[in-house]
Design a protein around this ligand. Structure first.
Ligand code: AP5
Ligand code: ZN
Length: 212
């Protein structure tokens, strides 16, 4: 299936995408991870405000469309089924995506703003394998150590309280209209993302099985 998962920063897109790839035969296509792996890529020849993705990301701003569209287009050409996470984030990207592929399911995880701030500021990520933890909601067995691989757990550069506020503002201004767009086309399945990860997964799995 071709799955799009949407939701605010911290809504659980990455967490649920990991389960989706384990259960359904799909690739995880995520612009956030792709950009983090290439944070210092030289994009100065595009003549944009900044010369690397890092400067946009560390301020919670969107990386310019021309950079992100290319990443997604390349990944989708290679993927048969996919779960797309972190894209499209504005209407221009949504129109690009329409040119690239059709979608079978569009999921939106609904989570309140207070909960999002708690989740993001408490998130810790394994440096080695990328697994997500949370200091309160999903703590590792040993403080600071990944349960999966023993790697070191670190805080993402953009998970500080100040940058989280900026990311939520950017989401509200640019990405919420994209969710409305899919809703108006009757393509959207809204899921209560404020349940436990297992409960959210039940709803996600059922919806994909029904729609795809
Ligand atoms: P990106 O990496 O996409 O970040 P994001 O959208 O802000 O989303 P997150 O990864 O923070 O959250 P998530 O929804 O995946 O939640 P998670 O599962 O980790 O983008 C980062 C930056 O890259 C952007 O700001 C931008 O600069 C740039 N960028 C990316 N895509 C772009 C694009 N298309 N165009 C332009 N720029 C782009 O969960 C969060 C925490 O909560 C974890 O600790 C987890 O353990 C916990 N948790 C998860 N589910 C639950 C639950 N049900 N209950 C309790 N805790 C939970
Ligand atoms: Zn790990």
């Amino acid at each position: 299936p071709r799955i799009l998962i949407m939701g605010a920063p911290g809504a659980g897109k990455g967490t649920q995408s990991a389960r989706i790839t384990e259960t359904f035969d799909v690739e995880h296509v995520t612009t956030g991870d792709a950009l983090r792996a290439n944070k210092d890529m030289d994009i100065s020849d595009l003549g944009l405000e900044y010369d690397t993705p890092r400067e946009y990301m560390d301020q919670g701003e969107l990386v310019p469309d021309e950079v992100v569209n290319t990443i997604v287009e390349t990944a989708l050409i290679e993927a048969d089924g996919f779960v797309l996470d972190g894209y499209p984030r504005n209407m221009e990207q949504a129109r690009e995506l329409e040119e690239m592929t059709d979608l079978d399911v569009v999921l939106a995880l609904d989570v309140s703003e207070d909960e999002l701030v708690d989740r993001l500021t408490g998130r810790r990520v394994c440096e080695e394998c990328g697994t997500n933890f949370h200091v309160d909601f999903d703590p590792p067995a040993t403080d600071g150590v990944c349960d999966e691989c023993g790697g070191e757990l670190v805080q993402r550069d953009d998970d500080t309280e100040e940058t989280v506020k900026d990311r939520l503002r950017v989401y509200h201004d640019n990405t919420e209209p994209v969710i409305e767009f899919y809703d108006e086309q009757d393509q959207l399945a809204r899921i209560d993302g404020e349940q436990t990860p297992d409960e959210v997964w039940d709803d996600v799995k059922t919806t994909i099985e029904r729609e795809a």
